[in-house]
Design a protein around this ligand. Sequence first.
Ligand SMILES: NC(=O)c1ccc[n+]([C@@H]2O[C@H](COP(=O)([O-])OP(=O)(O)OC[C@H]3O[C@@H](n4cnc5c(N)ncnc54)[C@H](OP(=O)(O)O)[C@@H]3O)[C@@H](O)[C@H]2O)c1
Length: 298
Amino acid sequence: MPILTGHARLAGILGWPAAHSRSPRLHGLWLERHGIDGAYVPLPVRPERFAAAVRALADLGFRGANVTLPHKEAAFAACDTVAASARRAGAVNTLVFHEDGRIEGSNTDGYGFLESLREQVPSWRADAGPAVLLGAGGSARAVAAALLDAGCPRLTLVNRTPARAAALARALGGPVEVAERAAPLEDAALLVNATSLGMRGQPPLEIALAPLPAGAVVADLVYVPLETPLLAAARARGLAAADGLGMLLHQARPGFAAWFGAAPRVDAELRAFVAADIPRHAADGAAAPAAQGLGRGA
Ligand SMILES: NC(=O)c1ccc[n+]([C@@H]2O[C@H](COP(=O)([O-])OP(=O)(O)OC[C@H]3O[C@@H](n4cnc5c(N)ncnc54)[C@H](OP(=O)(O)O)[C@@H]3O)[C@@H](O)[C@H]2O)c1
């Protein structure tokens, strides 16, 4: 840990819990690289104390904070101004506390997703063809908005609770449809998992990738484990695949720049440093739950 001065810049991550977050590790490496007099700390806050905690952090001189589950929607309400990215995503994951007392919110999840995809699959283009997005939760909304805004010609949402997907499609507008059962993969240029299936401790996602065209790209938002069963299946079929760790790293860049005044880099060293704290495979040190499709009771 560096020795801080009285001028140290402070930021952190608001969550409940916050102990699992890799963000302190990630921002910590950037702070060290840039030689910044500052710290990024975990900020565990109960949901009922969230609004008061945000005001208190601003009063204490924090520059801002990231926001994770379950606070992303409450953070939207706590802001004085919200960027278009947050309005589109319906949630805030990055808070900036301005000197005039104003609290500004934005959502960098969609940006992080696109940047990660472009980095991991350089040939990928948003307008290459239709995309299929599994999930209709908070991260699905941010990713869906980013894909549409980047020029995705058609987006199909598939979710365990179809009504949630239908509500999301209405909120997004544009070329979005809902598939209630099997995901329509035959002409998909991109398949994205934005459900929590495949995450360590959750059942793996069961989906047959055989109908995907040979040029399709598969992306998973889940990054614990790094190599989800979905990504492994995609790679085994020779498909290009992008993991969720890249999104985590890239979504953090705008916040760091705003709070600490330096533009941080995502590179192999950073990736390896953060990855060292994450199991590579689901079975590494844990019993695997039964596989599950998207339908209830499937
Ligand atoms: N890489 C990154 O930087 C990044 C950023 C954000 C999130 N994530 C990851 O993305 C995933 C989703 O996060 P979120 O914030 O969007 O969560 P969320 O708002 O709670 O949404 C969870 C989604 O998963 C679905 N789901 C959960 N359990 C399921 C099951 N047993 N069977 C079928 N579907 C199930 C839900 O379907 P229902 O609507 O039917 O409940 C919903 O669509 C998590 O694994 C999270 O770690 C990664």
